[in-house]
Write a protein that binds this ligand. Structure first.
Ligand code: PHE
Length: 347
């Protein structure tokens, strides 16, 4: 009985030696330690059988078991040291071509860019060209040519950021109307997206925001054309069920002028007043989305178009506002904080 256990104990060391010889990673070596030296390992198993031996046989078997344990522990430690130093010599973890690599972080298109592109594509599909111009403008393009001479009260509406007396950050994309008409001959139809700047900053205003300008000039253009095109635009972006209404308004560079409202996307135009009143339309059922009108003949005169020969319409819309309505974004500041948890939702 004792000789049987002793044989087994003595075979442990060569078995461990051959197992370690085939191992090449720390994980494998740890598995071998558990198998031979672990609490339920081969050595522990043999030790538990010592109690079945006659009392006088036990000390000798115990001694052999302890020698085997010491030998195996030191063989195991040598192997761990060898693997670690080999890795250090290579200067890197052993390369495993089957292990998954890092997943690169992919960016996403900013919601304002996404909606700007969508707006532009609606109009390009109707035959409009996309144009652009500088954010730093001169007084003539931003105000003067748009029928807002110096001292004109409408300039106060715009909280201008001036660079010098006659150079400023454009307060709207309407200077693109002027630039387009100065450089092209009618008939023309353009759409102009871009950043605009105003000295204004609170919960619902940021000093920089985005607009898209539209301008169409030809010979028999009417307000009905304007209405048809803008209605088609709203239906394309928000769906066919949305109602559109034109409300008389004023802009110095259009006459007549209108503001366009669409039925509220949140309450479906009902203007809900119950215990959960609609916050988007302030219980009116309508939300304002853009300004527009027929190009004022005074503007044509400034850019050298014959006001008796040509008519046109223009419109300007705020991209942040359209995006908030389209995606139900409640806070304007989300567009500028660049929180990846927000931006990633538009991927
Ligand atoms: N430029 C005007 C604004 O920023 C919008 C507008 C554009 C109105 C074109 C009429 C025609 O408020």
């Amino acid at each position: 009985m004792a000789s049987n256990i002793i044989d087994k104990l003595e075979s442990l060391v060569p078995e461990l030696t051959s197992a370690l010889g085939q191992a090449s990673s720390l994980e494998e070596v740890e598995g071998i330690r558990v198998r031979f030296l672990g609490r339920k390992g081969l050595l522990a198993e043999l030790m538990s059988q010592v109690t079945t031996l006659a009392p006088e046989e036990r000390p000798m078997v115990g001694k052999i078991a302890n020698q085997a344990k010491a030998a195996m522990t030191s063989l195991w430690e040598d192997k761990v040291t060898a693997i670690k130093s080999q890795k250090q010599q290579h200067g890197l973890e052993i390369f495993d071509p089957s292990s998954p690599s890092w997943r690169p972080d992919l960016g996403s298109i900013h919601p304002i860019t996404k909606v700007t592109r969508e707006i532009c594509s609606v109009f390009t599909s109707l035959g409009f060209d996309v144009v652009s111009g500088p954010e730093v403008e001169n007084d003539f393009n931003n105000f003067e040519a748009l029928n807002m001479p110096l001292e004109h009260p409408a300039r106060d509406m715009q909280d201008t950021l001036y660079i010098s007396d006659s150079i400023l950050m454009r307060t709207h994309t309407s200077p693109l109307q002027v630039r387009t008409m100065l450089s092209r001959k009618p008939p023309l139809a353009v759409i102009a997206p871009g950043k605009v700047y105003r000295r204004d900053s609170d919960l619902t205003h940021t000093p920089m925001f985005h607009q898209v300008e539209g301008l169409l000039v030809g010979k028999d253009v009417t307000m009905a054309d304007l209405r048809g095109i803008l209605t088609a635009f709203v239906h394309k972006v928000f769906g066919q069920d949305i109602k559109v209404r034109f409300r008389p308004s004023f802009f110095p560079f259009t006459e007549p002028s209108a503001e366009v409202d669409m039925s509220c996307v949140l309450c479906g135009g009902t203007g809900r007043k119950d215990e959960n009143p609609c916050r988007v339309c302030k219980e009116t059922g309508w939300v304002e989305i853009l300004g527009c009108g027929m190009v004022d003949p005074a503007v044509f005169a400034k850019v050298g178009y014959d006001p008796d020969e040509y008519v046109g319409f223009a419109f300007g819309l705020g991209v942040e506002r359209i995006t908030m309505l389209k995606y139900g974004v409640g806070d304007l500041r989300m567009f500028f904080e660049n929180d990846l948890r927000f931006l990633g939702q538009f991927a």
